[in-house]
Design a protein around this ligand. Structure first.
Ligand code: G6P
Length: 401
């Protein structure tokens, strides 16, 4: 059936606005099927309409009802399969690769299982070494990206177990993998991914949480607190939708820049990679993300008067250091902007503009920070007169090497 833009100007805008729903759908998909429905071929194909029905009846009063548990089966895996994982190798391209960096941070923090993130196009030609018990986890919206598919095949040849987090049912990567988790973003039309990336983040959180549980690394109480926090995300993502307009002043200040720098540490760095990609791919402005701590090892020589720098600040324990890095670039003339969670305090006079999203568990903050970054990219592209849905030279799905 044909997909329409409805009241939206572009698919990208429509897809940004769909995020509260698809984040929620992905959370629901990951929950136990209450009726204990058997999974066909060990893969949850028929989950396509997520556990939404039984869930809505179980949650008449969302304020008080208990959140359902996430289930290993949503990954078409058993608890034992999770227990057997000794390391994780993420392979992906583009935004999915950036989602992998978020998964790494969250998984290493919660489950204490080492995660290595690799570009799918590099994996095969890097003489890959896979250890016993190393799970190869591919992430792909389309499930058809040639490099990712080839990497999955290579991993299988090397004897690894393979899990894929994909959005398109029955896609090549899903079929090739031992285990599958289907993100519930629905069809994504705009070339620059928004909602599929958001769902990939959520899938990564749930994977990490289940792995932590299977490995006995978090208490029942911690697991239920994190689950509760995850179920608050759709509402907080919804709140971020107002940034469509709030971002305009920042978009206007940035639209004529030649280079834009994104800075962050830890998870904020991971999110900044996606923010920089989003903006560069549809505005054609050169954008790069830099880990704040690396500034003094080279990047800072690029800073001159009025160089725009966007600092991402959501990690309380790192914010002090990141802010001092922002002072360093500011004292060299940079024009700094902050995109942060509301709990991080900044001196407004240090910044030419700032936007705050709601507070959540720091591990999940990226799911909120990414909204203003998507809106920024969308608005700058429009201000420059481009079609954000169809950036030049790019394809939605790259099925050649
Ligand atoms: C293309 C798209 C990107 C996407 C990447 C990986 O380059 O333009 O938005 O992140 O492919 O695609 P996949 O379908 O594997 O997630």
């Amino acid at each position: 059936s044909q997909i329409h833009k409805g009241d939206y100007l572009h698919f990208m805008e429509k897809e940004i606005f769909e995020q509260p729903k698809v984040v929620k759908d992905t959370l629901l998909y990951a929950c136990k099927q209450e009726n204990g429905k058997q999974l066909e071929n060990g893969k949850p194909e028929e989950y396509a309409t997520p556990g939404a029905k039984q869930f809505s009846s179980a949650r008449k009063d969302p304020e008080n009802a208990e959140n359902p548990d996430f289930s290993y089966e949503a990954f078409s895996m058993a608890e034992k399969d999770f227990q057997d994982i000794s390391r994780v190798r993420v392979i992906a391209c583009g935004s999915a690769y950036h989602a992998g960096w978020v998964l790494k941070s969250v998984c290493e923090s919660l489950a204490r299982v080492p995660v290595q993130v690799e570009l799918a196009s590099e994996f095969r030609y890097n003489h890959p070494i896979l250890e016993n018990g190393e799970l190869v986890l591919s992430i792909s919206q389309s499930g058809e990206t040639a490099d990712t598919l080839a990497a999955v095949k290579e991993a299988k040849k090397l004897g690894a177990k393979t899990l894929s987090i994909v959005n398109v049912k029955g896609s090549a990567i899903a079929k090739e993998s031992d285990f599958v988790f289907y993100t519930q973003a629905g069809p994504e039309i705009a070339v620059a991914t928004t909602k599929a990336y958001s769902c990939q983040l959520v899938a990564g959180y749930i994977f990490s949480l289940l792995l932590a549980k299977a490995k006995g690394k978090i208490s029942r109480e911690e697991a239920s607190n994190l689950t509760e926090e995850l179920f608050l995300l759709p509402g907080k993502v919804q709140q971020c939708l107002s940034m469509d307009q709030e971002i305009l002043p920042m978009a206007k200040e940035l639209k004529d820049a030649d280079n834009i720098f994104f800075l962050g540490r830890g998870l904020d760095w991971a999110i900044s990679m996606e923010g920089a990609l989003k903006l560069k791919e549809i505005s054609y402005i050169h954008c790069e993300s830099y880990s704040s701590g690396e500034l003094k090892h080279g990047t800072i020589s690029l800073i001159e008067k009025d160089s725009p720098v966007i600092g991402l600040l959501s990690q309380e324990e790192l914010a002090g250091k990141s802010i001092s890095n922002i002072h360093e670039v500011r004292s060299r003339g940079a024009k700094c902007f902050a995109i942060k969670t509301e709990d991080i305090a900044i001196e407004e006079e240090d910044f030419a503009g700032s936007l705050s999203v709601a507070k959540t568990h720091p591990l999940f903050a990226g799911s909120l920070l990414v909204l203003p970054l998507q809106f920024l990219a969308y608005r700058v592209s429009l201000l420059k007169g481009f079609d954000p849905d169809k950036p030049r030279n790019l394809a939605k799905s790259v099925t050649v090497e």
